[in-house]
Design a protein around this ligand. Sequence first.
Ligand code: G3P
Ligand code: MG
Length: 251
Amino acid sequence: MNNPHKYPKIIAHRGASAHAPENTLPAFQLALEQSADGIELDVMLSKDNRLIVIHDSTLERTTNGKGNVLDHSYAELKELDAGYHFGDAFKNTPLPLLDEVYEQFGGKFKINVELKNYHRPYDQLPDIALALTKKHNLLDTVIFSSFNARNLIKLRKAEPKVQTGLLCLPGFAGALYRGGFGRRYRYDALHPHHSDVSQNLVQSLHKRGKQINVWTVNKTDDLLKMAGFGVDSIITDDPEHARKVLDNLNI
Ligand code: G3P
Ligand code: MG
């Protein structure tokens, strides 16, 4: 769990998604084997309010299903293949439940749960995800993040010990959240796109006792730049590559 390295923690974006189907148990397992310090995953509710780990609100891109996730029950979703498009080696890989991810990986490394209720911003997603995290006793190693800042407020109200990260859209669209306006959400960490990160932003967050976790950093130059700024975590599709690059740094 402790990061033995001086450089930023490496968090596998949707698991080791460069080498395995995103947001699946094999991608999370690979991240663990590639000695990532944690994983980032996306979660939303099914029709029957189960916590499904998936990025898009629709099924087409990552599974053999069709339509909206929220129009399907878990019984329907668990029959889908979230791996076939990644080649034969991953055929018949199911969409995981957050419960299964916690069961298999809870406490082994950090888990960044992105709450993806962007089409239904007032749904029960934060409440249900928090209850599950507490049931697994994982408040210490889970950080919730979202572009929907209401989730962060709701979580903190329900559980002051919860860790939260405020996701910021890239560029101008995320400027308010990166600045003074974002502070009202009392996040523990800011999660900006790496192209918006500067030495000043890192320093001002650290002065305020906040962390900065940046996404999605895959290129060698960008990895080196983020490590040079001293960010706390780098969210990357390829933790193995990031580790190789950062291991060569003398920091
Ligand atoms: O949490 C960082 C990143 O995952 C946010 O964007 O679209 O990849 O979920 P997205
Ligand atoms: Mg995400």
